[in-house]
Design a protein around this ligand. Sequence first.
Ligand code: SPV
Ligand code: MG
Length: 567
Amino acid sequence: MNAREPMNSAPARSRFARLREMIASQELEFIMEAHNGLSARIVREAGFKGIWASGLAISAQFGVRDNNEASWTQVVDTLEFMADASDLPILLDGDTGYGNFNNVRRLVRKLEQRGIAGVCIEDKQFPKTNSFIGGERQPLADIDEFCGKIKAGKDSQCEADFSIVARVEALIAGWGMDEALKRAEAYRAAGADAILIHSKLSRPDEILTFAREWAGRAPLVIVPTKYYSTPTEVFRKAGISLVIWANHLIRAAASSMQAVAREIRDSETLVNVEERIATVDEIFRLQDADEYSSAERLYLSSTRRAGGAVVLAASRGRGLEAVTEDRPKVMLPVAGKPLLRWLVDAFKQQRVNEITVVGGYRADAIEPTGIRLVVNEQHAQTGELASLACARDALAGDTVISYGDLLFRHYILRDLVESDAPFTVVVDSSQTQPSNRSVRDFAYCSAADDRALFGQKTYLERIRSGSHADAAAHGRWIGLLGVRGAGCARLTAMLDEMRLQPDFDALDMPALINALIDAGERIEVQYVHGHWCGVNDLEDFRRAGDFAHAQAPLGAARNGGANGGPR
Ligand code: SPV
Ligand code: MG
């Protein structure tokens, strides 16, 4: 999780300072229990200003008792996840300090190193038991010994604002108000930054009496778990500084896990719970999965030549009406699998795994395995750019934009994916004249495909989307456009600009490429000589079968004829 990110932009003063301010402020402040990274994040998103790392809740999520059964280093490791998941200040429920003064010194140093803003230690003996389990029978610490722990902790902190809260158990243990006040005063004098006065009565009476007698000598912290029905205004009027809502997330988690587990066990189906629990996407969001994806684009792109693909697959296919009544062109079977599957498999082979397919005509018939399907609902009235705009969110990193009706030899895509240019088009120099009227997209380049000059850069000057070409055409754009690095933002900016044009709905991919050229972009040409096949009519469809068979492993091939036919 990238939860060091604060929710609001200006990062704040240190967590140490923020906890100290909450404790010292004249306002009544609140902190909420969390017990792991996920709950810490949830506390932050709920808007709390701080977290109570509850000993009860942390031990419970480990499935052990609140008796120091989890080691203190296991607690500190848990705190590290919590601090990573939320930038809020965390006050640790440090029980008795896990030993004597020396353990407290080491604890304070380790907490500071992990950015934990403060610790609360209680005047009981190690190993402790939760105060609500026979609290009155629990022995209290010797006052002087406990004051020594407080002093040792304060002397060993490096952060000026690290806070030590001293928790007085005298009321719980039945030692009475005077003892509670005496201890609180001793702990204050020993250097405690605040006093936590604990009570297990269902009414706030002894807390309020304590607060009155204490008269503001140091900030007071309370845990109203048992006297929960007390209006919060009462605490405010009593001059309490900080309220700890101590265990409500672990209890909420337990009751919903119990209900869901029972329901699934009894009904032997997920159908009754699916809509009542967090979606898997919500869990991904809480884990900050999106941040990982963008970091991957930033840091992995140079070593992992991959990225995403957008496949334009909205059309039925003119000239193919006889075979596309119940499916779009891309779902036509070619040598045993749909055209689109050939394309998807080719992308996957080059580790281009995020494949967005823009469907339109009979999009319901598109097999969705391994792709993300988006639908251009206006496909009947719009063109390729309108379809591309439906996948705009997929144009965020290195992307190959492809027509959906293509078959090609693997090296063509491999070379395209490995191109470093912001924009690269694949042009077939073996086709400079239309062989029939469905052939289109003739390309005019800065140089012809001079194989002797192999490796020299050639740039695209124009694509004509119609089916006519003149003697100057250098080849045909096969329908593959590679966009890399900064090219992505420039392409989406151009697409956004073109969307404002009144004729946008009629525009095709060549219009976008030409607009980029007009705007001064250099579009590199990757020449090929055959080795691909597009499907624009029944004749192409037949040829595509031959082409695909020729790609099958030797021995499995049916026909020869690996050279591409016309689109
Ligand atoms: C905790 O949350 O672990 C506490 C508060 O210590 S209480 O359980 O109320 O003692
Ligand atoms: Mg506790």
